[in-house]
Design a protein around this ligand. Structure first.
Ligand SMILES: [Zn+2]
Ligand SMILES: [Zn+2]
Length: 306
């Protein structure tokens, strides 16, 4: 074969390549066009999923606040959400003339403690065209109530929720007495924030800066914590869990200066180690161990100036 032969062969190969590429791109277009036909429906549905997912979590929280236990938060929220989505499917039938069926696949902790991840399989049919897609959406838990104190201690313990605060009354002291923990009287009348708000003072070492801790406690912020439990486990009354979670300070109001439990809620409800008041002269002082002092930049708190 001469040079001309090789050239012709190469030209032929190139033609085959170009033709098959064009064919491939066309197929892709047809497929994405089919998805495009449903895109507006799927987008609308996803937006609804975010809202209804949060609503379904809030209903589980309401159950806890009504004094009923939630043993399987994922199962409970799935059940709530299935109900909402079935109604949404009917609504979409009227709105878009599409036949939808949905199945909640999972409700799980996400890599952010402030968000819960929902996965739903959505099947649809319209004008003899079908689709099936898994939709994933995060719903925020900010603005929901913290279920842990009620779920952990139960409503009969006397713990109360009003004025956007958890009022422990004698419930926490009774719990500490029961678990043989030091100085339970330090936590009589202790309080904690009720509504979940993410602390903006990040990195947290800034809590040692002037005025920051006061503002954090006044507003009632929650903090990220690998040791604290996630929202789904809080619903089940777990002070600790394998997921990345959050912690909140339980603020004592006492003149007592005894060593007692460090006041981060995962320590009070699960880890059970002691700390000391960061300002011995302040009735409202937090009781903290050295690692939490370090995390929040409070190691020198109370010893500063005056
Ligand atoms: Zn804070
Ligand atoms: Zn968890």
């Amino acid at each position: 074969m001469g040079t001309t032969g090789i050239l012709i062969l190469m030209l032929l190969l190139m033609c085959i390549f170009v033709l098959s590429s064009i064919n491939y791109i066309q197929n892709q277009n047809i497929e994405s066009q089919a998805n495009d036909n449903f895109k507006y429906i799927i987008d609308d549905y996803s937006t609804n999923l975010e809202v209804l997912g949060r609503e379904s979590i809030a209903e589980a929280t309401e159950k806890v606040y009504n004094g009923l236990p939630v043993h399987d938060s994922e199962g409970q929220i799935k059940k709530n959400l299935d109900k909402h989505l079935n109604m949404k499917n009917e609504e979409f039938k009227d709105k878009y003339d599409v036949d939808l069926s949905s199945e909640v696949l999972s409700v799980e902790a996400s890599d952010s403690p402030w968000k819960v991840l929902f996965k739903v399989r959505l099947n649809g049919e319209k004008d003899n065209e079908r689709f099936s897609q898994i939709i994933e959406r995060n719903a925020t838990i900010e603005g929901l109530r913290d279920p842990l104190p009620i779920a952990k201690l139960t409503i009969v313990s006397g713990v109360m929720a009003y004025d956007d605060e958890i009022h422990y009354k004698t419930a926490l002291s009774a719990y500490m007495l029961l678990h043989d923990l030091d100085s339970p009287e330090s936590y009589i009348e202790a309080t904690a924030p009720m509504t979940i708000k993410k602390c903006p003072y990040d990195p947290y070492v800034h809590h040692g800066d002037p005025g920051v801790l006061d503002d954090c406690l006044d507003t009632g912020y929650f903090h990220e914590s690998a040791d604290g439990s996630c929202y789904l486990c809080r619903l089940e009354g777990k002070g600790k869990c394998p997921h990345y979670g959050m912690e909140v300070f339980i603020q004592p109001h006492t003149p007592l200066g005894n060593e007692s439990l460090s006041c981060s809620d995962h320590v009070v409800f699960a880890d059970h180690y002691n700390g000391e008041k960061i300002d011995p002269n302040d009735w409202d002082s937090l009781i903290l161990d050295s690692s939490h002092r370090k995390k929040y930049g409070l190691s020198d708190y109370g010893n500063a100036t005056d």
